[in-house]
Ligand binder design. Structure first.
Ligand SMILES: CSC[C@@H](O)[C@@H](O)C(=O)COP(=O)(O)O
Length: 373
C-alpha cells in the first residue's frame, strides 16, 4: 500500500488482477491515503482529466478508488453505488458532464440522459444536471463546465458547514443522545455531511454525547460507512440493528433522530433511505424529536407531496444474500424499495443552508423556497 499525504488518494494504477467492480468500465484500483480527519474524506475528486471516486462498496476495510474517464463510467458508478448519497451523486454527475464535453460536445445530450437515468429518487442528481444543462445552453465549453462542476461541489461543502451550525443550535444545551440512519457524512456529500454534519457540529459544541447508527440493510451504509466516519472523528458511536430502533427510543437513550434526505417535496414530505419512515413513527410515539438536514439542492418544489416522488426499487438479489453468500431459500421472492417517504407531520425540523423550518407540516417549504412550482 502506497501512502501519499500530499494528496487525498494515492495515484491510481491499473490492477489487472482485480475483478471489475463496475461492469463495462475501465477501473484503476489502488489503496487510498489514510488520514485521521473527516476533512480528508473526499468521495468525489476531480483529477484534471478524469474523476476519481472512493469505492464505497469496499469500505471500511479497503480504501480503493475507481477512475472514471467517461460519462458512461460515472453513470455506472452511480447506479452500482460506488458513489452514493444524494449530494455526492449530483456532484459526480456534474463531473460526468465535463468528461462528455471534453471527449466530444456532440455526445452531451446522450450523456445528460444517461446520467439522469442512473438513479431515480435523489433529486440532487437532476438538479445538478439541470444546472450543467443551463451552462451548456449558455455556451459553456468543457473548461467552463469544469468551473461549474467545481462550484456545485464547493457550494455543497459550504452548505453542509452552515447546516451543521444551524442544526446543532437546535439541540441542547444539555448533551443528548442521537440516532441516525444510513450515511449522510463526508462520503455522501462534498464533505462534512448533512445530518452527520449536524452531529459533528453538535458533538464539537458539547450538545451530543453519543450517536447510535442503524446498520441500514441491505447495503449497510450505517454499519460500514457512518461507523467508519464517526470512529475516525472519535465520536462515541454505537451500532444498532435497524429493528432495535423503537426499543432504543423506549429506553430513553436518544432525544433526537437526525437524518438526511434524497428529496423533499413542497409540503415537507421527505424521501430518505428505507426505514426512515418507521423511525419517524417510533420517534413521535416516544416523544423523540425528528430532524431532517438537507441542502436546498434536495428540495423539489415541483413535487407537491411525497406521492410525486419516485421510489427506487433495486434488485431482489440484494436482499436474498449476504456478503456474496445466498441466505434465502432458492425460488424465494423479495421486495427491495430502497427509499421511503416520511410525511411532514412526523418531522419537527427541516434544516437547509437557508435556515430552519420548524413544524414543516404547517408551512411547507414556501417560507424558504417560495410557492410550489
Ligand atoms: C447526505 S445523504 C442523504 C441521503 O442521500 C441518504 O440519507 C441516503 O438515503 C443515501 O442512500 P444511498 O442509497 O446510500 O444513496
Amino acid at each position: 500500500m502506497r501512502h501519499n499525504r500530499a494528496s487525498h488518494y494515492t495515484a491510481a494504477r491499473r490492477d489487472e488482477t482485480a475483478p471489475p467492480a463496475v461492469s463495462g468500465t475501465s477501473i484503476a484500483s489502488d489503496p487510498m491515503t489514510r488520514t485521521d480527519l473527516h476533512d480528508s474524506i473526499r468521495a468525489v475528486l476531480w483529477q484534471g482529466d478524469h474523476l476519481r471516486l472512493l469505492d464505497q462498496r469496499r469500505l471500511p476495510f479497503e480504501e480503493t478508488a475507481i477512475d472514471c474517464r467517461s460519462a458512461a463510467e460515472v453513470a455506472a458508478a452511480i447506479t452500482d453505488l460506488v458513489v452514493r448519497g444524494a449530494p455526492a451523486i449530483g456532484i459526480a454527475a456534474a463531473w460526468g458532464v465535463v468528461l462528455a464535453a471534453r471527449a466530444d460536445p456532440a455526445t452531451l445530450p446522450a450523456a445528460l440522459e444517461q446520467l439522469r437515468a442512473a438513479r431515480p429518487t435523489a433529486v440532487n442528481l437532476m438538479w445538478a444536471l439541470d444546472r450543467m444543462k443551463r451552462a451548456i445552453a449558455a455556451g459553456a465549453d468543457a473548461a467552463a463546465l469544469a468551473v461549474e462542476a467545481q462550484a456545485i461541489q464547493d457550494e455543497d461543502l459550504a452548505a453542509n458547514r452552515r447546516m451543521g451550525e444551524l442544526g446543532a443550535a437546535q439541540l441542547g444545551p444539555a448533551p443528548v443522545g442521537v440516532l441516525t440512519h444510513c450515511n449522510t457524512g463526508s462520503l455522501a456529500t462534498a464533505g462534512f455531511g448533512t445530518a452527520l454534519g449536524v452531529i459533528r457540529a453538535g458533538y464539537a459544541a458539547g450538545r451530543i454525547d453519543r450517536v447510535y447508527a442503524g446498520e441500514t440493510r441491505p447495503w449497510l451504509q450505517g454499519a460500514r460507512l457512518t461507523m467508519w466516519e464517526l470512529a475516525r472523528d472519535g465520536i462515541p458511536a454505537t451500532l444498532i440493528a435497524d429493528s432495535a430502533a423503537a426499543h432504543l427510543m423506549k429506553s430513553g437513550a436518544v432525544q433526537w433522530v437526525i437524518v438526511g434526505a434524497d428529496r423533499i417535496a413542497a409540503n415537507g414530505d421527505t424521501a430518505n433511505k428505507i426505514g426512515t419512515y418507521q423511525l419517524a413513527i417510533a420517534a413521535r410515539h416516544h416523544g423523540v424529536r425528528f430532524m431532517v438536514v438537507a441542502p436546498s439542492s434536495t428540495v423539489d418544489m415541483t413535487a407537491a407531496s411525497g406521492a410525486a416522488i419516485e421510489i427506487e426499487l433495486r434488485a431482489a438479489t440484494e436482499l436474498l444474500g449476504y456478503g456474496g453468500q445466498r441466505t434465502v431459500v432458492d425460488g424465494a421472492q423479495a421486495w427491495n424499495p430502497v427509499f421511503d417517504v416520511t410525511p411532514a407531520e412526523l418531522i419537527d425540523v427541516i434544516v437547509t443552508e437557508r435556515g430552519v423550518i420548524e413544524r414543516p407540516a404547517q408551512t411547507g417549504l414556501a417560507l424558504q423556497f417560495g410557492p410550489p412550482a
